[in-house]
Ligand binder design. Structure first.
Ligand code: 5GP
Length: 183
């Protein structure tokens, strides 16, 4: 099974690690999620996410287009089923970057996948990163911190833990796990 699921609290840097993996290892296929949240500055539809409205998302849920889907900080996120199944069938190394509820759904659906938790070096560092992004207002940050506390407690559910102390190092650790034969 060539599927790896990367999860971990918001603000821990999952997106940055995945961007580094894409840059350094283009042979690894990274799933593009669907979301109802608005694009942040610099995000492009079809690259970081497929951006849709709530109605379209609900339709996609109804017709079974998602492997998993979850609400996060007031918005819906989901992993499109068909491209992932095609890549797994082709034997490609596949990477999903999703939050905890979604990771649990994938574990039920595809128990042979490898589950990796990205942890912050410390809680204070996570708060600093979540506060410092500067793209969200106070209420959104509070909701994300509440959620981060819950997500941090789930670390023990995962097969592997990577501490995100330095981007390239953490990305290379992830790639090594993805290409090791233990799973
Ligand atoms: P952001 O809005 O910061 O890009 O993402 C918020 C959270 O949603 C992050 O924890 C991210 O990993 C998660 N996420 C992104 N795509 C998906 C998805 O397809 N499914 C699930 N369950 N979570 C996702």
């Amino acid at each position: 099974m060539g599927l790896t699921v990367l999860s971990g609290p918001s603000g821990v840097g999952k997106g940055t690690i995945v961007a580094a993996v894409r840059r350094l290892h283009p042979e690894i296929w990274v799933s593009v999620s669907v979301t109802t949240r608005a694009p942040r500055p610099g995000e492009t539809d079809g690259v970081e996410y497929h951006f849709v409205d709530a109605e379209e998302f609900a339709h996609m849920v109804k017709v079974g287009e998602f492997v998993e889907h979850a609400m996060f900080a007031g918005h819906a996120y989901g992993t499109p089923r068909r491209p992932l199944e095609e890549r797994i069938a082709a034997g490609a190394p596949c990477l999903l970057e999703i939050e905890l509820q979604g990771a649990r759904q994938v574990r039920s659906a595809l128990p042979d996948a490898r589950f990796v938790f990205l942890a912050p070096p410390t809680w204070d560092e996570l708060v600093r990163r979540l506060t410092g992004r500067g793209t969200e207002d106070g209420d959104v940050i509070r909701r994300r911190l509440d959620r981060a506390r819950i997500e941090l407690a789930a670390e023990t559910e995962f097969d592997e833990v990577i501490v995100n102390d330095e981007v390239t190092t953490a990305a290379e650790r992830l790639v090594r796990l993805m290409t090791s034969s233990s799973h």
